[in-house]
Write a protein that binds this ligand. Sequence first.
Ligand code: ADP
Ligand code: MG
Length: 588
Amino acid sequence: MAATLNDLQRTLQRIDGKGYKAYQDIAGGYDFGDGLHVFVDYVQGDPFAPPSRIRARVAQETTQLPREFSGAAIRRLALADFLARQTRRAIRNRTGARHGSGKSGLLTIDAGQQEILPRTAIVLTPDYAEARLEAGLPAAGRRILGREAADLLCEDLPRVAFESLCWNSVAQDEARAFVECAENQEAIRAALADLGLVAFVADGSLLPRESGASDRPLKPGDAVFFEAPEALAHTIDVPNEARLPDGRRVRQLRGMGIPEGVTLIAGGGYHGKSTLLKALERCVYLHIPGDGREYAVTRGNAVKIRAEDGRRAEQVDISAFINDLPGGRATNAFCSDDASGSTSQAANIAEALEASANVLLLDEDTSATNFMIRDARMQALVHKNFEPITPFLDRVHEFHERLGVSTVLVMGGSGDYFDAADTVILMRDYQPHCATAEAQRIAREMPSSRAKEAPAPMERPIPRAPLPGSVSAAKGRKAVQVKARGTEEVVFGEEAIDLRAVEQLVDPSQTRAIGYALHLATAYMDGKTSLARVLDRVEARLGDDGLDALAPANRGSGHPGNFALPRRAEIAAAVNRLRSCRMKQRRD
Ligand code: ADP
Ligand code: MG
């Protein structure tokens, strides 16, 4: 016979006032009645330790979640993300005051911010909806507060579960709009390739953010809504009515398409160039309704490239950009513990290609000048024989011609790029204009007079295989030590990996997932398998078993309710920034 709500209440009465360890007695599953099952997976060791892990599972007969929202994968993903937010809201509205020591009375769920991501906080199956929560079991000092625990687990928890997982009590219109908006975004992304576009930004989008420290939208009264210039306009049909940030409702979106090839975003300072690029970076992910960027969509494997001096580089083939370094250092297998601005940017490109990026996003604000440009006068002063760098300018077209990799580049500082650009977008007063013909005319009438510098046609960078043993999550007696610090850093084994320059990492739960994904990846590292293959295997595993596949590394600490899916590029970025990692070049 399964334990019931009554059994849990009795146990809590019995252990009231005892030492904290007695909480271990409540581990297990309970039938709360009305279709709710509660599982106490993991009980924290003391009030200050990481909180306990609890699942609340409500049967489909009770939730009555409409099947139309849980059939297609995109709809299920969006509904789960929405329900996590509902659960967070229900927890905030809970009446009971928290008191006690440490994390006493705390109840949390790992819900998202501006992006909609596959995450483990909510599980939807045809049979049930499950919320995975963390709870701080109440104590005074180290003595169990049985009554407060009963309030938390037997009153608040069921109320939160029914309120946030049952279709009758959720905000249905909001849920529907949320799911349909995600589905629309996916439809746009699916349409991009056929249209030959790398990104699409709908008219009526609101791209600027509240501040440099916030990812929320700028207040509509202060913002200029995006509107595509006629020459770059496309229309895309969406499956559901779209509510645009400017308030319009449409079934067909008009917006700016950024074509494959080389695109330059030019314009005066402070006219919205970086804001547009930042939106493109973020729009590899789905956004929530009301974000302002919910109808801006970029191809899923677009990667932001920037300079990152000081980073580690391991056997990276940067010979497309850097040759003949002083001292004769090899650049087709470049190693450094302290890469420079230009070599780090070159390494970031080589590694992005290795992780299968097919769009590169660059901003002059975060690029090394000598990596981006070398004008005629500098060519005259510093002879090519004494300049190791082939500027990006002389390669950018080849990227598209030879490798099929497109580039979108913010450049307000050098017109030398006019010769290389297929499309020129001019930002003026936060609005885009098409300036391709004008820029081409200027390029003809005012030649840059610089000599093209590419020494030889470029090739894809040489693949590398990570060496076993050089990537390890172990620390001391612990087999797996992973800790995420926001989106800035992940502690992995003995090391902390600096991820501050990995700008498309958007959620701390992605960072955590990356730590465990690296551990999973070590199983495939044998010194022969290329990093690209290792990433394939990790992705295949996550595809087959979902994000829960990262959990075994975490065994003993309960449900893995706080993972969000990272992209392949960001998993690769973490390996590439792990200073202990050693690689060997090999072509497979
Ligand atoms: P640039 O890169 O061209 O110098 P930014 O993109 O950094 O310019 O934008 C400069 C400022 O203008 C930022 O504070 C940004 O938030 C604001 N901004 C950008 N786009 C808009 C817009 N569409 N409406 C209102 N403010 C905007
Ligand atoms: Mg800028």
